[in-house]
Design a binder for this molecule. Structure first.
Ligand code: ME8
Length: 645
C-alpha cells in the first residue's frame, strides 16, 4: 500500500472534563495544516477524537453518578461542540469506544500475544490515577507523581506486559537516523536521554476486579487493556488499519504529522513507536511536541482548573481571530503564557490595524475613485517591483515554514507583506493621485493594493477560513482553493503573484473585516481584575559598553528541584549549549512548581560570577518579569547557547 494522503492526528482527549484552550490549540493547529494541504489540492485526512477508557474517565463518571458509557456519550457532545465552534474540519472523530477501534485493539493484542511479545507477571509499583500509569519509587517527586504532582498509591498485582525493552536499541537507532521524527529538535535529545538510561517493559493491562472500564484482553478475560495501549492504536484505526493487521487502500499510513503536547511525548515516542515495531508497522514520519499554554507559569489543565475557555474568546473576538491568535502568538514547540491583554493587543495590531485596514483601504478607495472594479495595471515603478518581490517572498516563506509547522513564522511572513501593502499606500498616496486626476497611476496603485489583499487572504485562509473567504469574495474570487493555488503557482514559477485578479471584476466594500476594539470586550472585561498600579519612574540610563558586558544566552531547563535548605529557591540545571548544563539557583519557588519548568526555554545571564546560595552553588541567573514577586520567566524560542542582545 502506498502513502498517498497527507495524514495528521491530534491526541485523543480524555473525557474527564471540559475542553479548554490547550485542546483547542492542538486541534486548531491540526485543522490548519490539513486545510493548507487541501487548499493546495492535496488529498488530506485529519483525525481527532476522545480517549474514553481507563480509571480517570471512570472516576469522572462516578462523580456524576453515571455509567461510564453514558458519561462518555454526554461528554463527547461537548468536545464536538467545541470543535464545531472553532471551525475544525476533522475527517473522523474517533471514540475509543467505537466498535471498529475495539476490534483493532483486540486484533493487535491477539497477534502480539501469539508472537510472544506479551507475558504475564506480578509487579509492585506506585500508581498515579492522574497520569494513568505506574512509577518506580525513584521516579517519584516528593512521594508524588512526577508528571502531575498528584498522590500515588502502592499496588501489587498480576498483569500482562509488553516486551518493550527489546526494542530500545532499534528505537534509538531510528531516532538517530531520522532527524525529523521527533520535533522540534530540542525534544529529540530529551527522548534519547530517557532511552539511554534504561527501558523496562510496559504493563498493558488492568485487572478487571480493580478497573473494568476498558477493552477486554482477547486472550485473558480477567483483564482489560491499559488505556494508553488502547488509545495510541486509535491512530491506526483512523488510518484504515484493520483487526486482521492489514490496511485498507486509503493510503494514509504512515502519518505525516502526529501533533501532541510535550506532556505526552514519551508515551508517543517510546510506547507508540515500540508498539508499532512489534506490530511490524512503519513508524509515523513526525511526532511534533508543542509547548504549553500556561497561566502564571503553570500549565493550564483540567485538573488544576486554571484554564481559558476558547469559546469565550470566540464570543468576544470571533472565530478567525481566535484561531489566528493561537497559532501566531507562540512558536509551535515553545510554551507561552496566556493573557487577554496580549490577545487584544495582537488582534488590534495584526488584524484590525494591518490586515483589516489594508483590505478596507483597498476596497473603499477602489469603489470611490475607480468605479468599484478591479482596475488595469499600467507602468510599474520601483515601488511596485518591490511589492511584487515582497509578495513572492511571502508565498515562498509560508510554504517553507509550514513544512516545519512553524505557524508563527508563516503568519509573520504574511503580516510582513500586509505591512508592506499599507506602507505602499502611504508612499503612493492614492488620495493625491485622485485629486490630481492621474487615473492611470491611481489604477496601477489600487490594483496592487487589491492584489496584496488577494495574496494575503489566500495565504491566511488556512488559519482564518471565514474572513479570508469573505475578503476573496469581495475581490471577485469565489473559490478560495483556486485563488490559493493560483498565487502559489505564480510564486513558484516566478510569474508574479500580484497579477492574479481579473481586470474589470466588480469588487464589494462591505463592513470592516476586523473592527478595532478600543477596550476589552465586555464578556471578558467582567472576568478581569482591576488594572495593575502604574509602573515606577524611568530607570537611570547606562552606556552600551556597560550593557554589552552582560552575556545573555538562550537555555533550556533540563531539571528542576526544590532547594534542600530554602523554600523560596529552586535548583535548576539549564542547558546553554555548553558541554555541561549550568546549575542555577533561582528564587522562583513561590511561582513555579519544579516539574512545570522542565523543558522551558529561558534566558540566562551566563557571565554572572558564581555564588553560593544557602549552600548550593549557582552559576548564572535567569531573567524574569516582576519586581520582588516573580510574575513570569522570560522565554525565548532559540537553540540553547544562542546569543541574546
Ligand atoms: O493526554 N497547553 O489527554 P488529555 C497546550 N488522552 N496543550 C494542551 C494543554 C496546555 N495547557 N493542555 C492540554 C491525554 N493540551 C491522552 C492522550 S493520545 C493517544 C492520548 C493538549 O485530555 C495537548 O495536545 O490530557 C495535550 O497533549 C493534550 O491536550 C492532552 O489531553
Amino acid at each position: 500500500m502506498s502513502h498517498t494522503t497527507f495524514y495528521v492526528t491530534t491526541p485523543i482527549y480524555y473525557v474527564n472534563g471540559d475542553p479548554h484552550i490547550g485542546h483547542a490549540y492542538t486541534t486548531t493547529a491540526a485543522d490548519a495544516i490539513t486545510r493548507f494541504h487541501r487548499l493546495a489540492g492535496r488529498s488530506a485526512w485529519f483525525l481527532t477524537g476522545t480517549d474514553e477508557h481507563g480509571q480517570k474517565v471512570l472516576e469522572a463518571a462516578r462523580a456524576r453518578g453515571l455509567e461510564p458509557q453514558a458519561h462518555c456519550d454526554a461528554m463527547v457532545e461537548r468536545w464536538k461542540a467545541m470543535m464545531a465552534e472553532l471551525g475544525i474540519g476533522y475527517d473522523r472523530f474517533m471514540r475509543t469506544t467505537d466498535p471498529d477501534h475495539v476490534a483493532v485493539v483486540q486484533g493487535a493484542l491477539s497477534r502480539l500475544h501469539a508472537a510472544g511479545e506479551l507475558y504475564r507477571d506480578t509487579y509492585t509499583g506506585w500508581y498515579s490515577t492522574a497520569a494513568e500509569r505506574f512509577w518506580t519509587e525513584k521516579d517519584l517527586v516528593d512521594g508524588k507523581c512526577p508528571d502531575t504532582g498528584q498522590p500515588v498509591v502502592e499496588i501489587t498485582e498480576t498483569n500482562w506486559f509488553f516486551r518493550m525493552s527489546a526494542y530500545r536499541d532499534r528505537l534509538i537507532a531510528h531516532i538517530e537516523e531520522h532527524p525529523g521524527f521527533i520535533r522540534p529538535a530540542s525534544r529529540r535529545n530529551e527522548i534519547l536521554g530517557f532511552l539511554r538510561k534504561e527501558l523496562g517493559d510496559l504493563c498493558i493491562s488492568r485487572p478487571k476486579e480493580r478497573m473494568s472500564w476498558g477493552i477486554e484482553l482477547p486472550f485473558d478475560p480477567d483483564f482489560v487493556t491499559y488505556v494508553w495501549f488502547d488509545a495510541l492504536l486509535n491512530y491506526l484505526t483512523g488510518a484504515g488499519y484493520r483487526a486482521d493487521g492489514n490496511f485498507d487502500d486509503s493510503g494514509r499510513w504512515p502519518a505525516d504529522f502526529q501533533l501532541l503536547g510535550k506532556d505526552i511525548l514519551t508515551t508517543h515516542a517510546v510506547y507508540w513507536s515500540t508498539m508499532l515495531m512489534a506490530l511490524g508497522v512503519e513508524l509515523p514520519r513526525a511526532l511534533f511536541a508543542h509547548g504549553w499554554w500556561t497561566a502564571d507559569g503553570v500549565k493550564m489543565s483540567k485538573s488544576l482548573g486554571n484554564t481559558i475557555d476558547t469559546l469565550l474568546l470566540k464570543e468576544a473576538f470571533g472565530l478567525d481571530a481566535t484561531r489566528y491568535f493561537l497559532l501566531r502568538e507562540i512558536a509551535f514547540g515553545a510554551d507561552g503564557s496566556f493573557s487577554y491583554e496580549a490577545f487584544l493587543a495582537r488582534y488590534n495590531s495584526d488584524l484590525a490595524n494591518d490586515f483589516g485596514n489594508l483590505a478596507h483601504r483597498g476596497l473603499s478607495m477602489t469603489a470611490k475613485w475607480l468605479g468599484g472594479e478591479v482596475p488595469p495595471i499600467g507602468e510599474l515603478t520601483d515601488l511596485e517591483q518591490r511589492l511584487r518581490r515582497d509578495a513572492t517572498v511571502a508565498v515562498r516563506e509560508v510554504d517553507l515554514h509550514l513544512g516545519e509547522l512553524a505557524f508563527q513564522k508563516a503568519l509573520e511572513a504574511v503580516n510582513a507583506l500586509v505591512r508592506a501593502g499599507n506602507k505602499y499606500i502611504d508612499d503612493t498616496q492614492p488620495w493625491a493621485l485622485a485629486k490630481a486626476g492621474d487615473d492611470a497611476r491611481l489604477a496601477t496603485v489600487m490594483r496592487h493594493v487589491l492584489e496584496v489583499c488577494n495574496v494575503a487572504a489566500a495565504l491566511l485562509a488556512f488559519v482564518m477560513p471565514e474572513r479570508c473567504a469573505t475578503l476573496l469574495e469581495r475581490l471577485g474570487q469565489d473559490d478560495v482553493g483556486a485563488a490559493f493555488r493560483d498565487v502559489r503557482e505564480r510564486a513558484r514559477i516566478d510569474e508574479l503573484p500580484l497579477d492574479a485578479l481579473r481586470e474589470g471584476t466588480p469588487i464589494e466594500v462591505g463592513e470592516p473585516l476586523f473592527p478595532r476594539f478600543r477596550e476589552m470586550p465586555g464578556v471578558i472585561a467582567e472576568r478581569l481584575e482591576p488594572p495593575a498600579p502604574p509602573r515606577p519612574a524611568a530607570d537611570p540610563t547606562i552606556s552600551w559598553e556597560d550593557f554589552a558586558k552582560v552575556a545573555l544566552r538562550a537555555g533550556t531547563v533540563v531539571s528542576a528541584e526544590p532547594h534542600p535548605a530554602a523554600d523560596r529557591l529552586l535548583v535548576l540545571r539549564v542547558d546553554i549549549g555548553e558541554p555541561r548544563a549550568r546549575q542555577i539557583v533561582a528564587g522562583i519557588a513561590d511561582r513555579f512548581r519544579p516539574e512545570a519548568l522542565v523543558g522551558r526555554q529561558v534566558v540566562v545571564v551566563a557571565n554572572l560570577a558564581p555564588a553560593e546560595l544557602r549552600g548550593v552553588r549557582s552559576e548564572g541567573m535567569l531573567l524574569a518579569a516582576g519586581g520582588k514577586a516573580v510574575v513570569d520567566l522570560v522565554t525565548v524560542d532559540a537553540e540553547p547557547g544562542e546569543i541574546i542582545r
